[in-house]
Design a protein around this ligand. Sequence first.
Ligand code: UD1
Ligand code: CA
Length: 496
Amino acid sequence: MTTARPTAVIILAAGEGTRMKSATPKVLHRIGGRSLVGHAMAAARATDPEHLAVVVRHERDLVAAHIAQVDATATIADQDEVKGTGRATECALDALPRDLTGTVLVTYGDVPLLTGDTLVELVARHDESGSAATVITAHLDNPQGYGRIVRDTDGSVAGIVEQKDATDEQRAITEINSGIYAFDVAVLREALGQVGTDNAQGEKYLTDVLRIAREGGKGVSAHVIDDLWQTEGVNDRVQLATLGRELNRRNNERWMREGVTIVDPATTWIDADVTIGRDATILPNTQILGATSIGADARIGPDTTLTDTEVGEGAEVKRTEANLATIGAQATVGPFSYLRPGTILGTKGKIGGFVETKNARIGDGAKVPHLTYAGDATIGDGANIGAGTIFANYDGVTKHHTTIGKNSFVGSDSVLIAPVDVADGAYVAAGSALTGDVEPGQIAVARGRQKNVDGWVARARAGTATAAAAQAATRAGTRHTEKSADPATGSDEGEA
Ligand code: UD1
Ligand code: CA
């Protein structure tokens, strides 16, 4: 079925959200890696509207800047001091071209589980029925606080009454107004002009438009939905967490249906903008955040947090924190690795245990397996960085770069004091403190020579277990006696 695209979607986001008790405006609080208003905008965009307008007032500049960042083409509409959802909608219409025709949707900036599909359905229902106004409704066991849908004896929608204005009889109605509507724009504009503020809250109610349209002989209908989560707004942080968990449950379920194994969905958090390839496996306690993408057959976790990170096909990333990193296909990372921005690990590369990397390009098949800091580094294909190597990139004032060439080998516990450049096919001896370049085929040995002092233990550590062990080995004419000295007599007071 082809549905006409709406002329505009209006998102109401001018309210204060006092119950959040926050310095951050409510609609900028985040779940699933997006702001609440970001979710509303994504759902709105799915209907492919000609115009998208967001109504702002509380913390106007902060909210407007965020909206522009999410979608530079969105219209920011400022609500004036007149309160109410009707006034907010009117302000949006004023910010849009005067000559609009067709369907306008109205939604809220704080209802994050509403989907684009539901809005598309709403437009379809609205078009089919030929109504001037269609409202999404739901049946709630506890309708407390919501506007109630008042129906005529023939079942048609007569209007909406707010909780605070309702009679006891109306309060018993369990069909509620979600606050999400489709309107014929001309009827909406005309009716809003007639809405007053004579009600319990002294506000200009958008809900009055339905009654006015109906009284004007226009068709008004309801689109009842079963998925109550989609109508639920965030008013406080308890709801923020509850909706955040449900959103995550839905995202996880979507990925599992796409062929991703998620071992423990309850402890796996996947942001809305993440992509995951088939047959990837996500192990418990893992957060996949921001614009992260995971290739097919990759294995992520347990205990891993990836933010804005790209993981190639078949890579394995265990107990790792990575931010703005790229991990090549078939590469292995972890356990206990920390990949900071600008880390690029090549195909079949390795970043191992207790390794921190930053602005480091590590080539295909290159290995940084143990206990290393690699900052501001280029490590060539097939190179091997020994355990405990430190790329000393910072001289206290400036950062410098280190290059390790292809198939080169840096011995354990070396300090590479940047800037240095180790050519392709070179060695650095273990324990070096390297300050100069190394040419192809060379080994650089940059450490003190070993010197052994005879008889030092007997002189300087007389009476210790060490001295006794030395004496026993010397007496036996061997380097190691079979049994070590009896620990009971191996003390300082023991036989010397
Ligand atoms: C509104 C509806 C109610 C419905 C409920 C669903 C009206 C009069 N009532 O009530 O029937 O059941 O939503 O959640 O419409 N907003 C503005 N400017 C304003 C006032 C509100 O932009 O002046 C925005 C808020 O930021 C929020 C949304 O509109 O996103 C709803 O406002 P809220 O005050 O929560 O409306 P309710 O009283 O809950
Ligand atoms: Ca509300």
